[in-house]
Ligand binder design. Structure first.
Ligand SMILES: NC(=O)C1=CN([C@@H]2O[C@H](COP(=O)(O)OP(=O)(O)OC[C@H]3O[C@@H](n4cnc5c(N)ncnc54)[C@H](O)[C@@H]3O)[C@@H](O)[C@H]2O)[C@@H](O)CC1
Ligand SMILES: Nc1ncnc2c1ncn2[C@@H]1O[C@H](COP(=O)(O)OP(=O)(O)OP(=O)(O)O)[C@@H](O)[C@H]1O
Ligand SMILES: [Mg+2]
Length: 364
């Protein structure tokens, strides 16, 4: 193990030299620190996270489309968030509005009938479909017919979506989750990429067949969601000593889906490679930041799919989408925190998405 870390540390040192950063070796924590051009200290590697740091800013720049007058509405992406129920209306809003603020042309929300008027009232920019139903509003004998209607309505739109986000604020009602399982099967048949988060991960952890072997599926677990996935799929506990190896093995065991494990560093694997994004970030842990991330990954994944052949990237578009989405979310969180400190909220971070993107990838 010691030898293995030695070689990883040598590789990381080489990588840091390639980045042109100043290096200092903090022997007490055994962590390499990089001073970037803003003199922001970034912990790029530690023994608990020996994954290769992605060149996230270059990736973000290379997959963001140019803005020019020849383009028509829709070319920069049409995203749909499947989520929003009686309890949660904030999460799908955060995800869908983030997609728009980053540059998607259209952002839909497919939610329960009760949640729709609330989500519509947050923003006129979102296209809100009051389609889903929870058990309490459907009689047992009507379930089959209601499920058929839900699926038919979503199917009318399916081919128009460049990416679905499944799960922010979806809730865990069994009837609703059955309908969402059907939506996921249809999305898969139509080759529509899916970012799965929040209660979508609760669903998928119990129904791995929904994503297993689908290379356009991205799972974005937080600490709890990751723990449940590891227990279910690998039949063991999370092992942070071998974090990247375990992540790689998890992604490969689910048939090559891409997993973005959120945390102090975001670690990303498609079962073949592991990359980490450690730049920027904020110490504020208010709820809703994962929802911003899901909308952000959906947009960058849609863009990466369109550009990946032209740019000659070696990483697949799901990895690129995760890396870019993570970097942007963390940059926006750091800007919001600079301004709002302890009172930083998710809405403040959303307001910083545009400036963050402009700092990294100016319009021209
Ligand atoms: N403003 C909002 O509307 C927000 C909504 N969120 C949504 O909240 C939901 C839960 O996400 P968390 O990150 O809190 O998930 P976690 O898995 O971290 O859940 C938190 C705790 O609540 C329990 N729990 C939640 N719902 C349960 C249920 N129906 N039955 C039994 N136990 C339940 C979990 O087991 C866990 O102990 C997701 O749909 C998520 O998208 C979050 O994204 C935060 C912001
Ligand atoms: N300790 C940390 N330091 C820096 N950034 C972090 C830390 N933990 C999480 N993040 C960042 O915050 C974002 C959201 O991660 P988090 O774990 O809060 O998701 P979540 O629990 O699903 O959020 P939500 O409340 O939206 O459900 C990720 O992009 C991640 O990079
Ligand atoms: Mg979450």
């Amino acid at each position: 193990m010691q030898q293995c870390y030695g070689s990883i540390i040598r590789r990381q040192r080489h990588f840091i030299r390639c980045l042109g950063g100043d290096r200092c070796n903090n022997s007490s924590s055994d962590t390499l620190l990089l001073l970037n051009d803003n003199t922001r200290m970034q912990s790029v590697m530690s023994r608990s996270n020996p994954a290769i740091e992605a060149d996230a800013l270059s990736i973000l720049r290379s997959i963001s489309p140019t803005l020019d007058s020849t383009k028509h509405k829709g070319q920069a992406g049409k995203i749909a968030v499947v989520g929003g129920c009686r309890e949660y209306t904030g999460a799908p809003y955060f995800s869908a509005i983030s997609a728009l603020k980053i540059g998607a042309d259209l952002s839909h929300v497919i939610c329960t009938k009760d949640a729709a008027p609330v989500i519509k009232s947050y923003s006129p920019e979102l296209i809100v479909h009051p389609l889903l139903e929870e058990s309490y509003s459907v009689r047992d004998e009507d379930r089959q017919s209601v499920a058929t209607v839900v699926l038919a309505e979503v199917d009318k739109w399916m081919e128009r979506f460049d990416c679905l986000v499944i799960g922010p604020g979806l809730g865990r009602d069994p009837f609703l989750l059955d309908c969402v399982s059907d939506i996921m099967k249809h999305a898969r048949r139509s080759n529509v990429p899916m970012v799965i988060d929040g209660d979508g991960l609760f669903l998928v952890t119990n129904r791995l067949d929904l994503v297993s072997g689908y290379p356009l599926a991205v799972l974005t677990p937080n600490v709890n969601e990751y723990k449940r996935l590891v227990q279910k799929v690998l039949n063991c506990e999370v092992n942070d000593q071998d974090g990247p190896e375990q992540l790689l093995s998890l992604a490969s065991s689910i048939g090559g889906v891409t997993i973005l494990r959120k945390g102090q560093s975001d670690n990303i694997s498609d079962g073949k490679e592991v990359r980490s994004v450690s730049i920027f970030g904020s110490p504020r842990r208010c709820g809703g930041q994962g929802d911003i991330l899901s909308g952000s990954v959906a947009v960058f994944l849609a863009w990466a799919r369109k550009l990946v052949d032209k740019e000659g990237h070696t990483l697949n578009p799901t990895m690129l989408g995760c890396i870019a989405g993570s970097a942007l979310m963390r940059k926006a969180a750091s800007l919001a925190f600079e301004d709002k400190k302890r009172s930083t909220l998710t809405t403040d971070i959303i307001e910083c998405l545009g400036r963050s993107l402009e700092d990294i990838c100016p319009v021209g």
